[in-house]
Design a protein around this ligand. Sequence first.
Ligand code: GTP
Length: 266
Amino acid sequence: MEVNILNEPSQILEALVDFEPDIFLLDLYMPKVNGLELAKIIRLLDKYDSIPIVFLTSENSMQTKLQVLECGCDDVLSKNIAPDILVKQIVSRLKRGKTIKYLHSRDSLTGLLNHGQIMEAANNALQQGERRGSSTVIAMIDLDHFKLVNDRYGHAAGDKVIIGLAQLLLQHMRQTDYIGRYGGEEFLIVFPDASIDAIERKINRIRDILSTLQFKHGDSNICVTLSGGIASSDNFDSMASISAAADKALYSAKEKGRNNIQLAKI
Ligand SMILES: Nc1nc2c(ncn2[C@@H]2O[C@H](COP(=O)(O)OP(=O)(O)OP(=O)(O)O)[C@@H](O)[C@H]2O)c(=O)[nH]1
């Protein structure tokens, strides 16, 4: 477990740039800052809304506990307990917080990152790539004529296909890539530190594999294809422009007859 100790509470926002906490452990009374005020600032940041905030205090009044809960924090632990019990309590809250964070960030059908989380992952990857001087590639992929699958075989069959594609994507990506369900039958994949040519080959391989698969549903075998658009941070410098470019390339793949991948035009 990595612990970042701050003796100067006003530095918290700066410290959070390079440190992703799974739990905040705050003192109620700190130099110059009231712990509750600090907790309110943390709670204003969307990114940390599911991260537990726990207070350590030697006070044990009901009034304090109520104040802590009212400002969106999770618990008050006593400073006066044995250190090993305190550590166990913190680890238990930390694990629970991690589970909640995981569930909060996932798409319930596929287990991939949900829309908000994949956008945040893409944003972070672009910023990190810029700092390191490396390219980030973004691929937007979408199942072709998927409405027909739903209409012909039913929504449950459509769901099966979406889950199948999610698994296919997971099998072919690196640990460091991010895969998210962008919308209904549309997926966004973020490849940090990647070349657009290599990603084009990779997505084309996945497209090829998908086109040969048959999804069994009752007595039916369902076949689907996908189209995709790819853009690199080499040519687009903001999240808005790179995702719009990948989306435009996807649209052009659809126009070109579907079951193909297009690179974003500069
Ligand atoms: N089964 C299922 N279908 C979904 C889900 N989300 C979106 N869809 C369906 O996906 C279909 C998307 O239809 P369209 O946007 O017309 O696109 P399309 O039929 O795939 O056609 P193109 O994208 O132009 O190739 C709609 O029928 C949606 O109901 C989902 O979670 N499960």
